[in-house]
Write a protein that binds this ligand. Structure first.
Ligand SMILES: Nc1nc2c(ncn2[C@@H]2O[C@H](COP(=O)(O)OP(=O)(O)OP(=O)(O)O)[C@@H](O)[C@H]2O)c(=O)[nH]1
Ligand SMILES: [Mg+2]
Length: 209
């Protein structure tokens, strides 16, 4: 590692008790991470309990605010200059995946690294949707009106990074996947959550920079 980047991990989590424990153990085992912050805003399961059981700092918001707001609340609680954004529903995550994702930024080849699940068609074709990324704090904090972006936050970060000339590297990650919305929520709730996500992504893609 060449760069002494000061890295905090922010994990937005909504009803992820099934998977967050392994995600936290993988992050904790990875080299170079100073701090881990989980943001839970209204989970109806034991997400916060499991995260606390892993010794992690958990921020609880009074009501559900969406993914972007949760991430931003987490970022407000750290002064780290580099942020590892991580989803809580990842299956198969290891410390090695995380170290591979950090490497391009630590070695100053890239300003932002985006993790791409190598076996996932959506990730491969639309890497700008990936929730696994290493991002400079100044990039995220420089994006206006991000709080209400919901599931569009990654699209906006990628668009702003490109527009402002940040060097982006995609890192292919093997043997890793995530729980789908239908596995998490069942058909009805999955459908409304999916529509919400598509709407957030569409408006983030169309927004004037
Ligand atoms: N705190 C918080 N976290 C959220 C919220 N919505 C989503 N997340 C988290 O953001 C991460 C990704 O959310 P998912 O719903 O799995 O979205 P996705 O993986 O992009 O989409 P799918 O392919 O449909 O699974 C997970 O860690 C979720 O728990 C929210 O409203 N609040
Ligand atoms: Mg998911």
């Amino acid at each position: 590692m060449l760069n002494g980047a000061d890295i905090a991990t922010i994990i937005p989590a909504f009803n992820e008790a099934r998977t967050i424990g392994n995600v936290l153990r993988a992050v904790r085992a990875a080299a170079g991470i100073r701090e881990i912050i989980v943001v839970d805003d209204g989970s109806e399961d034991n997400t916060a309990l499991v995260a606390r059981g892993e010794g992690t700092k958990v921020i609880i918001l009074d009501k559900n605010m969406g993914k972007a707001a949760a991430l931003l609340e987490g970022i407000r609680c750290t002064d780290a200059d580099t942020l590892l954004l991580m989803d809580a529903d990842i299956i198969g995550l290891t410390a090695e995946h995380i170290e591979r994702l950090l490497e391009p930024v630590q070695n100053r080849r890239a300003d932002m690294a985006v993790g791409v699940f190598s076996e996932d068609v959506i990730h491969r074709t639309m890497p700008f949707l990936s929730g696994l990324r290493v991002v400079p704090r100044e990039l995220i904090c420089g994006i206006p009106d991000l709080y209400d972006a919901g599931f569009g936050i990654e699209t906006l970060i990628s668009r702003h990074a490109r527009a402002s000339g940040h060097r982006i590297e995609e890192v292919l990650l093997d043997n890793i996947t995530h729980l789908t919305k239908s596995e998490k929520f069942g058909t009805g709730r999955c459908l409304s959550n999916k529509c919400r996500a598509l709407w957030d992504i569409a408006r983030s893609g169309l927004r004037r920079l």
